[in-house]
Design a protein around this ligand. Structure first.
Ligand SMILES: [Zn+2]
Length: 439
C-alpha cells in the first residue's frame, strides 16, 4: 500500500546531484513535511507514494535549488549605478557615500527585490553580508527563501553603527532573534582583512565557533589587497588568517583571486571553503581566481554572485556558465571546469561550504528545495544531457517552478509570496532616493 505524502512532482528529467550524480528520465519526487520523501522513476514513486495532487512539469528538468554563497542582497538598489570604475573608486566615491545614508526601509525593499530575482531564477538559498541585516531577515522570512545572514563586521563608520564596538550587540540581538528559525541561520560576516582589524576578525571567528555558525569574509580579492596586507601585517591575506587561527572548515573565503602557490595548500589543509564569484571579479577587473588549481589542491569551491551592483545579476545559471567557460579560456584546458563541476559548485559544494547537509542534492530526507528548468524552450532542445543544458544554454528566466522546504514560491510566472507589482512601484521610489543622494 502506498504511503501518503503532500505532493508529487513529475518531470521528463531529474538531476539528483547525489554522490553518483544520477540523472533520471521520466522522474518524480515525493514531498512530505518540507522534505524529499522519495525520488526516482515516476512509475516507482507513484507506486509507493500517494498524494492529493501530482504536478506534471512536462519537458522540464528538476534540479536541487541553487545556492548563492556570496552576496549583498540589498545592493540590488545600486544595480547599474556608476558601472565601469576601478573597485576602490567605485566603493569609496559612489557606493560608500550612499550606503552611509541607507535606511532600514531601503534595505528591506532591496532585499525583497533580490529575493524576487533569486526565486525567479532558481536560487533557493543564499548567504548575505550587509547593513541592517535584520531587514534582510524579515524579507527572507516573508518570502520563504532560505539564508545564512549576518551584519558586516568592520571598523568603518556607516549607517548601522558608528563605533566598531557597537556591532557586537547588534550581532547578539540578531542571533537571539533568528537562531532556531527553520530557514534562517545567523552567520558571522567579517568584511575583509583591510576593513576588519585583527582583534575584530578574531572575535567574529570565536563568536562563530561558540554559536556553531558560519564565519565568512572577502579574501584576496585583488592584488592591491595583498600588497596592503603585506605592508600592514607582513603577510599575505591567507597567511594572515592562518596566523590569527581563523582558517577552518567553518570559514568561507570569498573571491580568493590573488592566491599564490603557498596559499593553496594552506587553505586546503585547513578545510576552509571558497566562494568563487567570477562575474563580479571580471566586472571589477579584479582578475580570475585560480579555481582549477584550488580544486586540484582539494579545496571545496562554491559559487556566488556578489552584490547586484558588481555583477549585475543574481542569476546563478549565468554564474555557472561563466565559471565553466572562463577557466577554459584562461588555462586553455577544455576540462578545467566541466558543466557537472559548475553545477556541483552551485549545489552540493555550496551546501558543504554552509555546513547545511540537507541541501544541495535531492534524496530521501533532504530538504524539498528544488527547481524545475523548462527544457521545452526552443533554445534548450534537443536534450542529450540536461546538466550541459543547465550550464551552457539555460538562463534563470527559464525556471518554471521554485520550491523551498516543500512550499512553492514561484510557478509559471506567478510569485506566491511576493506582490511583485507593488514591490516594483516601491523600488522606483528607492531609485529616486538613491539618485538624490549621489554626490
Ligand atoms: Zn562581496
Amino acid at each position: 500500500m502506498a504511503s501518503g505524502c503532500d505532493l508529487i512532482l513529475a518531470a521528463r528529467w531529474l538531476a539528483t546531484q547525489d554522490d553518483a550524480r544520477g540523472v533520471i528520465e521520466n522522474a518524480a519526487v515525493a514531498v512530505k513535511d518540507g522534505l524529499v520523501a522519495a525520488v526516482g522513476p515516476r512509475s516507482e514513486v507513484e507506486a509507493s507514494w500517494s498524494a492529493p495532487k501530482t504536478l506534471d512539469l512536462g519537458r522540464s528538468c528538476i534540479l536541487p535549488g541553487l545556492i548563492n554563497t556570496h552576496g549583498h542582497a540589498a545592493m540590488t538598489v545600486f544595480r547599474g549605478l556608476e558601472d565601469d570604475l576601478p573597485l576602490m573608486d567605485w566603493l569609496t566615491k559612489h557606493i560608500f557615500p550612499v550606503e552611509r545614508q541607507l535606511t532600514r526601509e531601503v534595505v528591506y525593499l532591496g532585499s525583497l527585490l533580490a529575493a524576487a530575482e533569486m526565486i525567479r531564477t532558481g536560487t533557493t538559498c543564499f548567504t548575505d553580508m550587509y547593513l541592517f541585516e535584520e531587514e534582510t531577515a524579515r524579507a527572507v522570512d516573508a518570502c520563504g527563501l532560505r539564508a545564512v545572514l549576518g551584519d558586516g563586521i568592520f571598523a568603518v563608520p556607516q549607517c548601522a553603527y558608528t563605533r566598531p564596538d557597537e556591532v557586537w550587540p547588534i550581532l547578539a540581538d540578531f542571533a537571539a532573534a533568528w537562531k532556531g528559525h527553520p530557514r534562517i541561520r545567523p552567520g558571522y560576516m567579517a568584511h575583509s582583512v583591510y576593513l576588519t582589524p585583527p582583534d575584530m576578525l578574531v572575535r567574529a571567528y570565536e563568536t562563530a565557533c561558540r554559536e556553531e555558525a558560519l564565519f565568512c569574509l572577502h579574501l584576496a580579492e585583488t592584488r592591491a589587497e595583498t600588497d596592503n596586507c603585506l605592508r600592514d601585517y607582513g603577510r599575505r591575506p591567507a597567511a594572515h588568517l592562518e596566523a590569527l587561527g581563523l582558517l577552518s572548515p567553518r570559514s568561507l573565503l570569498v573571491h580568493c583571486v590573488d592566491l599564490d602557490a603557498a596559499d593553496l595548500p594552506l587553505i586546503a589543509a585547513s578545510g576552509a571553503h571558497v566562494s568563487h564569484c567570477p562575474k563580479s571579479n571580471l566586472k571589477l577587473a579584479s582578475g580570475v581566481a585560480p579555481v582549477p588549481a584550488m580544486r586540484a589542491a582539494g579545496i571545496n569551491v562554491a559559487l556566488g554572485t556578489d552584490g547586484a551592483a558588481s555583477n549585475n545579476s543574481l542569476d546563478l545559471f549565468s554564474e555557472m556558465g561563466f565559471a565553466a567557460l572562463l577557466h577554459k579560456g584562461v588555462t586553455l584546458d577544455p576540462l578545467a571546469v566541466p558543466a557537472q563541476t559548475a553545477l556541483d559548485m552551485a549545489t552540493r559544494n555550496a551546501a558543504g561550504a554552509l555546513a547545511w547537509p540537507e541541501l544541495g542534492a535531492l534524496a530521501p530526507g533532504r530538504a524539498a528545495d528544488l527547481i524545475a528548468l523548462d527544457l521545452a524552450e526552443p533554445g534548450l532542445q534537443p536534450v542529450y544531457n540536461p546538466v550541459s543544458q543547465a550550464v551552457y544554454a539555460a538562463s534563470g528566466s527559464q525556471v518554471l517552478l521554485t520550491m523551498v522546504a516543500g512550499k512553492i514560491l514561484y510557478r509559471d510566472g506567478r510569485f506566491e509570496t511576493i506582490d511583485l507589482p507593488s514591490l516594483l512601484r516601491e523600488i522606483e521610489g528607492v531609485a529616486a532616493w538613491v539618485r538624490a543622494r549621489l554626490v
